[in-house]
Design a binder for this molecule. Structure first.
Ligand code: MLC
Ligand code: AMP
Length: 530
């Protein structure tokens, strides 16, 4: 793991990149060759804006400029140091969405601290695993959770609105300029936990290069510039909202209308002032359910992007009919950032996730043999490139199972690639439910159900859901009621809990004794189809 960072003063202009945009660089530069960036992400995302009065965030009607936001980030960087964190240490942030929470990410980049964001929906038991596994030196959470989460490492707080809490108090005692920790492209920037089909969640190690290369590629592909204003209604504890949306905006020098969460009224209000939006498919189906969505409302928008879950071709087409915009669908994963995208110019093909990104190699391989498959055949997507993570934290065995020695990552998504390069995802080789863009691993829910008194066995499946794409449903065998099952699952985050529990005499099995989840899915297919 990375050692102690070398620190440099933030405005030491001997070290400062010539294109940083700050006032001391207004004079022409000499021809000395560019130096290696001392902090890969900081120098690309933040340094150019240190003294910029340009807007960065609109939050609850308030404008926050770049310089102001970065001063907040510097306070956060200093507060990490005051709390005893060195570069390379992990900080867990389980906080609501606010400009302050975003500054905690930016401050971590500046201080070289490895950022580990968590869904506020995670329960104390779930958080305990992340804390123990990551060896975090500090946990920042909502004041209401402070007592429950105490133990293991120091706990400081940030309220859901970002306006109070002991970490904010610590920030307020700090200078608003901070040292920049020296971090290279291969140093870790973030640890993002992702569940799996077996065992506990795994921490995906993402480096400065992983995040920056993907942001650069997508900024160029999607033509983001300083003229863009992005509607940001995604959570900031996942790749989509934290890295794709935020890093691209920072890199382009654009700005964001930061919404606490997706809310159709707030998005309708923001659309006439915005140029772009990124969302999961649920955002688009909810907008389509709103009569106010029409061509006039979206007239000044240039780009709608969807990802994290399959966008139905029907949703895609209905959106075009209503607004005149073709949604641009892309495909990614926590471990890989983004890997494919439909083109900006050219055919945005409904039901496909487009073409491999320019710096990403993509292969469709045989699920068992790993052999390359020809166009038109279904196999597993494998990707390689600067976007692909470094492996799972402290899990060399799991890393070796999914990351080949030649650098290709086995995604577990089943797809077919046409001769023209377009990739269509047709299913998943791993047992996974995606509900509203959040992943639920049936195995984790089944283990929790099977541990309840009276339960013999269970099978958890995803069924079509008009709003969330898929909903979690449990079939349970045993002397137990659906209510007792639900009451026993409070240790799981709410979004993982079944929306429907059915007590059944037995689970359908094939001749090999394997539970036939396809038959269960079929039997419950109309439950939430709308
Ligand atoms: C909230 N709930 C969910 C849920 N979100 N249940 C299932 N699935 C979800 N995704 C729960 C709430 O706790 C609540 O429970 C109930 O469902 C109804 O809540 P809601 O008010 O309707 O939900 P809402 O707050 O509007 O959230 C829905 C959502 C949100 C879809 C807008 O989940 C969201 O923003 N999802 C995006 C997730 C995301 O960013 N994914 C990217 C991962 S990165 P109760 O009991 O109180 O009724 C990735 C890589 C890539 O995948 O390619 O991008
Ligand atoms: P996560 O592990 O939370 O990062 O989720 C990544 C998974 O989301 C991928 O492995 C895919 O299964 C799914 N995913 C992301 N984007 C898309 C998309 N555009 N279409 C279908 N599935 C997607």
């Amino acid at each position: 793991m990375p050692g102690r960072a070398k620190m440099r003063p933030m405005h030491d202009h001997t070290d400062h990149p010539p294109d940083c945009g700050c006032h001391l660089h207004a004079a022409p530069q000499d021809d000395t060759p560019p130096r290696m960036a001392p902090n890969t992400l900081f120098d690309a995302l933040f340094a150019p804006h240190m003294d910029s009065a340009a807007p960065f965030l609109e939050w609850r009607g308030r404008r926050i400029g770049y310089a102001k936001f970065l001063r907040l980030a510097a306070r956060a960087a200093n507060a990490y140091a005051a709390a005893g964190l060195d570069a390379g240490d992990r900080v867990i942030v389980q906080a609501g969405k606010s400009p302050t929470a975003l500054a905690l990410y930016a401050g971590a980049v500046q201080a070289g601290v490895v950022y580990l964001p968590l869904n506020p929906a995670y329960t104390a038991g779930e958080v305990a695993h992340f804390r123990e596994d990551s060896g975090a030196r500090l946990l920042i959470c909502d004041p209401a959770s402070e007592q429950v989460l105490a133990g293991g490492c120091p706990v400081l707080t940030l309220a859901a609105d970002g306006d109070s809490g002991s970490f904010l108090e610590l920030m307020s005692t700090q200078e608003d300029v901070a040292a920049v920790a020296e971090r290279g492209p291969d140093d870790l920037a973030a640890l993002l936990y992702t569940s799996g089909t077996t065992g506990r969640s795994k921490g995906a190690m993402l480096t400065h290069r992983n995040l920056l290369s993907n942001a650069e590629t997508l900024r160029d592909l999607w033509r983001f510039s300083a003229a863009d204003r992005l509607i940001h209604a995604l959570p900031i504890f996942h790749t989509h909202g934290l890295f794709v949306a935020t890093n691209i905006t920072l890199l382009a020098g654009g700005n964001m209308i930061l919404l606490p969460k997706f809310d159709a009224d707030a998005v309708v209000d923001a659309l006439p002032r915005a140029t772009a939006m990124m969302g999961v498919p649920t955002f688009y189906t909810r907008l389509l359910d709103d009569d106010r969505l029409d061509r006039a409302l979206a007239a000044d928008m240039r780009l709608f992007i969807s990802g994290s879950a399959p966008l139905l071709a029907e949703t895609h087409d209905r959106f075009t009919a209503r607004t005149g915009h073709r949604i641009l669908e892309r495909y990614g994963m926590t471990e890989t950032n983004m890997s494919t995208s439909n083109p900006y110019d050219g055919d945005r093909r409904a039901g496909t996730v487009g073409l491999p990104l320019p710096d990403v190699e993509l292969k469709i391989r045989h699920p068992e043999t790993g052999a390359d498959l020809p166009p038109g055949e279904i196999g597993i997507i494998e990707v390689r490139g600067p976007n692909v993570f470094q492996g799972y934290w402290n899990m060399p065995g799991k890393t070796a199972e999914e990351l080949r020695p030649d650098g290709f990552f086995i995604t577990g998504d089943l797809a077919v690639q046409g001769a023209d390069g377009y990739v269509t995802i047709v299913g998943r080789a791993r047992d996974l439910i995606i509900s509203g863009g959040l992943n639920v691993y049936p195995k984790e829910v089944e283990e929790a159900i099977d541990a309840l008194p009276g339960v013999v066995e269970s099978a958890v499946i995803g069924v079509p859901h008009a709003d969330m794409g898929e909903a979690v449903v449990a079939a349970v065998v045993g002397d137990v009621t659906p209510e007792a099952v639900m009451a026993g699952l409070t240790g799981l985050a709410r979004y993982k809990q079944p929306r429907h529990v059915e007590i059944v005499p037995e689970l359908p099995r094939n001749t090999m004794g394997k539970v036939q989840k396809a038959a269960l899915r079929e039997a419950h297919a109309r439950l939430f189809a709308g």
